[in-house]
Design a protein around this ligand. Sequence first.
Ligand code: 3PY
Ligand code: MG
Length: 252
Amino acid sequence: MNPLRKIWAEGRTSFDAFLSIPNSWSAEVMAHAGFDSLTIDMQHGMMDFQTTLNMLQAIGNTDTVPLIRLPWNDPAITMHVLDAGARGVICPTINSAEEVEALVSACRYPPRGFRSYGPLRATIKMGPDYAKMARQEVLVFAMIETATAAAELEAIASVPDLDGLFVGPYDLSVSMGLTNLADIYDPKLKEVLDRILATCKAKNLIAGIFTGKMEDAKTLAEWGFNHVSHTHDSAMLTEIAKAKVKFLKNLP
Ligand code: 3PY
Ligand code: MG
């Protein structure tokens, strides 16, 4: 079973980070840090398919679950990363139930969907019964990151065989015309977050979210988000590097 499902079944929150650096070594270092999962970000990260494969292989040396943030809702890349062993996908900028249906169909084998059979690396990693267990194994998240999606929440969340909603608070704030981006205490954004949490509970979906702020990760888990992604490798490197430079430059 996908280890993330076990965490959620036990009522715990899974903690994740995004990978934006296109490199198998940095992915391996991050995986050895002990995150429950890591999300290779093919939308805003710098990687192509070949590097993504190398990163999946590097993460595969650990117990960390490899997820992919897709570049777009495109069945070709969706099926390709699943064949390469991604154990879940997060699709950006979903705006309607029809778009979720297209996403879910690309991730599920017939008769539910139209995923083409050819799980080359997925079978090596997860065994010859992969196709039988793929419905349980492959996690499908629709990103809620537009005002349109927030208005269509009920329909989006009602598509069968979707596993969860994943909030993109930055795009969502931009789309809602909010000036403080990803401010989870802004009443307008908080209202949408509360509705997403309630909808996930009602529809038995996993509620996921990204946050750039470490203190917000704790709050979001307390509010009921089941899966919290905190920042990405480039931001972590920048933060540590700047702290080191500040320390060193202040030496006598
Ligand atoms: C957003 O906040 O818009 C995101 O996509 C976070 O990953
Ligand atoms: Mg976004």
